[in-house]
Write a protein that binds this ligand. Sequence first.
Ligand code: 5GP
Ligand code: ZN
Length: 118
Amino acid sequence: MCLFCKIINKEIPSNIIAENDDFLAFHDINPKAPVHILAIPKKHVDSFIEVSPQTMSSMTSFIQEITKEVGIDKTGYRVITNIGDDGGQEVKHLHFHILGGAKLKWGHFNDSDPKNNL
Ligand code: 5GP
Ligand code: ZN
Protein backbone atom coordinates (compact mmCIF):
# COMPACT_ATOMS: atom_id res chain seq x y z
CA MET A 1 0.00 0.00 0.00
CA CYS A 2 1.37 3.44 -0.89
CA LEU A 3 2.19 6.17 1.63
CA PHE A 4 -0.88 8.28 0.90
CA CYS A 5 -3.19 5.23 0.99
CA LYS A 6 -1.82 4.62 4.50
CA ILE A 7 -2.61 8.24 5.39
CA ILE A 8 -6.15 7.74 4.02
CA ASN A 9 -6.50 4.60 6.17
CA LYS A 10 -5.14 6.50 9.20
CA GLU A 11 -2.27 4.00 9.49
CA ILE A 12 0.03 7.02 9.24
CA PRO A 13 -1.08 10.12 11.12
CA SER A 14 -1.57 13.40 9.28
CA ASN A 15 -2.91 16.83 10.01
CA ILE A 16 -6.27 16.62 8.25
CA ILE A 17 -8.10 19.72 7.06
CA ALA A 18 -11.04 18.25 5.19
CA GLU A 19 -12.38 14.85 4.31
CA ASN A 20 -15.37 13.43 2.47
CA ASP A 21 -16.21 10.07 0.90
CA ASP A 22 -13.95 10.66 -2.08
CA PHE A 23 -11.17 13.07 -1.07
CA LEU A 24 -8.80 13.98 1.74
CA ALA A 25 -6.86 17.19 2.39
CA PHE A 26 -4.01 17.41 4.88
CA HIS A 27 -1.01 19.61 5.64
CA ASP A 28 2.22 18.79 3.83
CA ILE A 29 4.83 17.51 6.27
CA ASN A 30 7.49 19.75 4.69
CA PRO A 31 5.68 23.01 3.88
CA LYS A 32 7.13 25.18 1.13
CA ALA A 33 4.77 28.09 1.80
CA PRO A 34 2.82 29.37 4.86
CA VAL A 35 -0.11 27.31 3.58
CA HIS A 36 0.86 24.02 1.94
CA ILE A 37 -1.94 21.49 1.69
CA LEU A 38 -2.14 18.23 -0.22
CA ALA A 39 -5.49 17.22 -1.71
CA ILE A 40 -5.82 13.60 -2.79
CA PRO A 41 -8.48 11.20 -4.08
CA LYS A 42 -9.17 8.31 -1.69
CA LYS A 43 -9.22 5.88 -4.60
CA HIS A 44 -5.60 5.20 -5.52
CA VAL A 45 -4.58 6.73 -8.85
CA ASP A 46 -0.87 6.88 -9.63
CA SER A 47 -0.87 10.35 -11.15
CA PHE A 48 -2.69 12.89 -13.28
CA ILE A 49 -1.93 10.68 -16.30
CA GLU A 50 -4.59 8.20 -15.21
CA VAL A 51 -7.19 10.33 -13.46
CA SER A 52 -10.69 10.44 -14.93
CA PRO A 53 -12.44 13.67 -15.90
CA GLN A 54 -15.19 12.70 -13.43
CA THR A 55 -12.74 12.60 -10.51
CA MET A 56 -11.18 15.88 -11.64
CA SER A 57 -14.61 17.49 -11.74
CA SER A 58 -15.31 16.84 -8.05
CA MET A 59 -11.65 17.37 -7.14
CA THR A 60 -11.97 20.91 -8.48
CA SER A 61 -14.87 21.66 -6.13
CA PHE A 62 -13.03 20.04 -3.23
CA ILE A 63 -9.93 22.20 -3.78
CA GLN A 64 -12.07 25.34 -4.08
CA GLU A 65 -13.80 24.53 -0.78
CA ILE A 66 -10.48 23.97 1.02
CA THR A 67 -9.09 27.31 -0.12
CA LYS A 68 -12.19 29.01 1.32
CA GLU A 69 -11.88 27.05 4.55
CA VAL A 70 -8.27 28.14 5.11
CA GLY A 71 -8.93 31.69 3.86
CA ILE A 72 -6.70 31.93 0.80
CA ASP A 73 -9.44 32.05 -1.82
CA LYS A 74 -9.41 35.86 -1.96
CA THR A 75 -5.65 36.41 -1.71
CA GLY A 76 -4.73 33.78 -4.28
CA TYR A 77 -2.82 30.54 -4.31
CA ARG A 78 -1.19 27.98 -6.56
CA VAL A 79 -2.30 24.44 -7.39
CA ILE A 80 0.39 22.06 -8.61
CA THR A 81 0.46 18.40 -9.45
CA ASN A 82 3.83 16.85 -10.20
CA ILE A 83 3.66 14.03 -12.73
CA GLY A 84 6.18 11.25 -13.15
CA ASP A 85 9.97 11.44 -13.03
CA ASP A 86 10.46 14.59 -15.09
CA GLY A 87 7.66 16.29 -13.15
CA GLY A 88 9.44 15.54 -9.88
CA GLN A 89 6.69 13.32 -8.45
CA GLU A 90 7.96 11.55 -5.34
CA VAL A 91 4.76 9.99 -4.02
CA LYS A 92 3.04 7.90 -6.67
CA HIS A 93 -0.51 8.67 -5.55
CA LEU A 94 -2.15 11.59 -7.32
CA HIS A 95 -1.96 14.72 -5.18
CA PHE A 96 -2.52 18.41 -5.69
CA HIS A 97 -0.30 20.82 -3.80
CA ILE A 98 -2.23 23.90 -2.68
CA LEU A 99 0.23 26.66 -1.83
CA GLY A 100 -0.60 30.09 -0.47
CA GLY A 101 -0.43 32.52 2.41
CA ALA A 102 2.38 34.57 0.80
CA LYS A 103 3.30 35.98 -2.55
CA LEU A 104 4.67 32.94 -4.30
CA LYS A 105 7.68 33.01 -6.53
CA TRP A 106 7.84 30.91 -9.64
CA GLY A 107 10.78 29.09 -8.02
CA HIS A 108 8.53 26.98 -5.82
CA PHE A 109 9.49 23.36 -6.35
CA ASN A 110 12.74 24.33 -8.01
CA ASP A 111 14.91 21.58 -6.52
CA SER A 112 18.10 23.52 -6.99
CA ASP A 113 16.97 26.25 -4.64
CA PRO A 114 14.25 24.96 -2.32
CA LYS A 115 15.18 27.05 0.70
CA ASN A 116 15.00 30.41 -1.12
CA ASN A 117 11.38 30.18 -2.03
CA LEU A 118 9.73 31.63 1.06
P1 5GP B 1 5.63 15.24 -4.78
O1 5GP B 1 7.09 15.57 -4.77
O2 5GP B 1 5.38 13.78 -4.97
O3 5GP B 1 4.83 16.10 -5.70
O4 5GP B 1 5.11 15.64 -3.36
C1 5GP B 1 5.07 14.78 -2.27
C2 5GP B 1 4.79 15.65 -1.06
O5 5GP B 1 4.41 14.80 0.00
C3 5GP B 1 6.01 16.45 -0.59
O6 5GP B 1 5.71 17.83 -0.60
C4 5GP B 1 6.28 15.91 0.81
O7 5GP B 1 6.68 16.91 1.71
C5 5GP B 1 4.92 15.32 1.19
N1 5GP B 1 5.01 14.19 2.12
C6 5GP B 1 5.84 13.11 2.01
N2 5GP B 1 5.62 12.26 3.02
C7 5GP B 1 4.64 12.80 3.79
C8 5GP B 1 3.98 12.36 4.99
O8 5GP B 1 4.25 11.30 5.56
N3 5GP B 1 3.01 13.18 5.48
C9 5GP B 1 2.68 14.36 4.88
N4 5GP B 1 1.72 15.09 5.47
N5 5GP B 1 3.28 14.79 3.75
C10 5GP B 1 4.24 14.02 3.22
ZN1 ZN C 1 -2.17 5.23 -2.82
